[in-house]
Design a protein around this ligand. Sequence first.
Ligand code: ACO
Ligand code: OAA
Length: 374
Amino acid sequence: MVDKKLSGAGLRGQSAGDTSLCTVGKSGSGLTYCGYDVADLADNTTFEEVAYLLFNGELPNSAQLDAYKIELMTQRDLPQALKEVLQRIPADAHPMDVMRTGCSFLGNLEPEADFSEQAQAANRLLAAFPAIMCYWYRFSHDGLEIDCVTNEDSLAGHFLHLLNGKAPSEQHRRVMDVSLILYAEHEFNASTFTARVCASTLSDMYSCITGAIGTLRGPLHGGANEAAMDMIQTFSSPADAKIQMAGMLERKEKIMGFGHAIYRTSDPRNVIIKAWSEKLAHENGDTSLYDISVACEEFMWDTKKLFCNADFFHASAYHFMGIPTKLFTPIFVCSRLTGWAAHVMEQRSNNRIIRPSADYTGSEPRSVKPISER
Ligand SMILES: CC(=O)SCCNC(=O)CCNC(=O)[C@H](O)C(C)(C)COP(=O)(O)OP(=O)(O)OC[C@H]1O[C@@H](n2cnc3c(N)ncnc32)[C@H](O)[C@@H]1OP(=O)(O)O
Ligand SMILES: O=C([O-])CC(=O)C(=O)O
């Protein structure tokens, strides 16, 4: 058995290109979008403003924001052919597979004919993703063919309204909006890098986003929020959480929602979503799951100096809003689409095909023996 070679593995610490969209682990809280600190954006903007920022490089003024919101609102409905495809996907499918198929199928119906349509394609996906997720979910789980259009003027409100069939509370709208802001962009993470590699071949927007969804699905990346939820639900109390986590570490299991490839001591998104999780727990009148989550955080820091990443307190926050666990990562898709699409556009604006080299570790040159001698 060869020892695992970590140094340099996973391209860690190597620059793979330029971006003007985001910094991770640099100054301020450590995360900025187009120069704005993520905490500032979470406090003072809405997700639609952040989407506009990522696509245009500047925050919108009121007239620009109003026009952008109307543009998105008018593109929310799904074509009948896509609804029929979604109806055929079984209830036990993983919703990330539904998102991947929904994105890819929409690309068949409304292809990006050339790059002049890139913003249109990105906005169409942004507007349609909540309906792709909720139309399938409500049809496969409740037997309902929901109306994919609501009068909610934000994507956050629209998603919650589609999911529950009624207008959400202001508090839930705001928490979802903040969550979408926090998840929107994160430099050259694995799914964004996938999108950029695909873009670098001059492929279309739908292919880039479909590939990115597949990459986000894994539990080491976006899938960690639902994996974290599955884990904390098995803990009966803060003390039990500590005992069970000790066992997991002993068995060398990965604890989902902890650690990060770039951040070393904290993830700036955690403090923000953690505060909302606490507020929601109090609003619901039951803080037990929040208390367990805090115990996990303390234990991991005390024993391994590992900290919560963006995904950990998203689990309890989404749970407190009544969102089914398996929809957690698809919500991440609805948000990160903005970062992915912005990176596709940036890659296209100064493109060279992404094609790194490998260090060869295989056999010395040899000749093929006739099959009878092998
Ligand atoms: C939105 C996001 O995508 S944030 C990331 C979401 N992913 C998760 O929460 C999954 C759990 N976390 C992890 O698996 C990792 O921390 C990653 C994938 C995020 C980063 O991986 P790396 O860059 O290799 O981490 P790093 O170099 O800091 O860690 C090295 C060692 O620390 C330990 N470690 C890191 N994270 C964890 C964890 N969550 N649980 C247990 N041990 C861990 C491991 O021993 C790891 O070495 P090994 O995998 O070779 O055994
Ligand atoms: O940057 C990463 O590697 C993962 C991450 O936190 C994100 O994509 O939001």
